[in-house]
Design a binder for this molecule. Structure first.
Ligand SMILES: Cc1cc2nc3c(=O)[nH]c(=O)nc-3n(C[C@H](O)[C@H](O)[C@H](O)COP(=O)(O)OP(=O)(O)OC[C@H]3O[C@@H](n4cnc5c(N)ncnc54)[C@H](O)[C@@H]3O)c2cc1C
Ligand code: FES
Length: 238
């Protein structure tokens, strides 16, 4: 369907918050994502993004510019329209006990977590390199336990150094593969661990196998239709 850009705000670390209006009503469940066409390049693959908030005819995304697609999408002007597939992916339908759940994000992985913690008193552990997400946190009025590799605006180190400061029986995390792997290794196997996976997506519809993710038992899952929220303890991150 067509989506129209209503609002856009650029942050210092080349990350852009974009709010779109949809031409048709949408019903976006927790954990689902959107696949957006590239302006001027509509015959190439769409690009997938987590939905950070959604209403009946609007939704927003937080996009980190890393290549041609994200550059062209974030360059869109207010009022410009583009094609998108929304919603995609398997809804996360487990009941969340917020007192017993630890949310962890690294860098732009924050986009995958935002909708889970919206209006909740959630335990949220966030890590970046040098405090480059501070202005985004302030804009979104989020106060995570903030960790930086440099220690510039938060506690120094990696998020995984601080996991044991919290009480939880479930982890929901989004971020680089190395972070997800480290969470798997550093936590007890009885802790439920859900990983929000950001593999490269092609069709987004379960047809091409382009988003396959390997499990420890040698089987494969498809991020676009089985995920993007998958059992993080089963995934082979190597
Ligand atoms: C379900 C899902 C949700 C996502 N949510 C967000 C989000 O909310 N915000 C956000 O900024 N990004 C998100 N991503 C990642 C985003 O889709 C990619 O950054 C984007 O597709 C890159 O497009 P590009 O044309 O700019 O980069 P390209 O020019 O295609 O690639 C640039 C470089 O980045 C690598 N790359 C491309 N896609 C990915 C990827 N998915 N993961 C890791 N490396 C990649 C390429 O191999 C290449 O080295 C998500 C991905 C998935 C699968
Ligand atoms: S992207 Fe085609 S099967 Fe998942």
């Amino acid at each position: 369907m067509k989506i129209k850009l209503k609002n856009s705000k650029q942050f210092t670390n080349n990350t852009v918050y974009m709010m779109f209006e949809t031409e048709k009503m949408i019903d976006v469940k927790l954990g689902q994502f959107v696949n957006i066409s590239i302006p001027g390049d509509e015959f190439t693959l769409r690009r997938p993004f987590s939905i950070v908030s959604a209403g009946k005819n609007k939704f927003s995304v937080l996009i980190k510019v890393i290549g041609n697609g994200t550059q062209k999408i974030t360059n869109m002007k207010i009022g410009e329209s583009i094609d998108a597939l929304i919603p995609l992916g398997q809804p996360f339908d487990k009941t969340i006990d917020y007192k017993k759940t630890l949310f962890i994000a690294g860098g732009i992985g924050i986009a995958g977590i935002l909708r889970f913690i919206e209006n909740q008193n959630a335990q949220f552990l966030f890590g970046d390199i040098n405090g480059e997400y501070k202005d985004i946190m302030d804009y979104l009025k989020i106060e995570p336990t903030y960790i930086n590799e440099s220690g510039k605006t938060g506690k120094k180190g990696f998020v995984t150094d601080y996991i044991n400061d919290f009480e939880f029986n479930t982890i929901i995390a989004c971020g680089p593969k190395g972070m997800l792997k480290s969470i798997k290794e550093k936590t007890d196997k009885h802790i439920d661990f859900y990983a929000i996976c950001e593999e490269i997506i092609a069709c987004g519809l379960g047809l091409c196998g382009g988003c396959a993710i390997k499990y420890d038992d040698g089987s494969f899952g498809k991020v676009c239709v089985d995920g993007p929220v998958l059992n993080g303890r089963r995934i082979n991150y190597d």
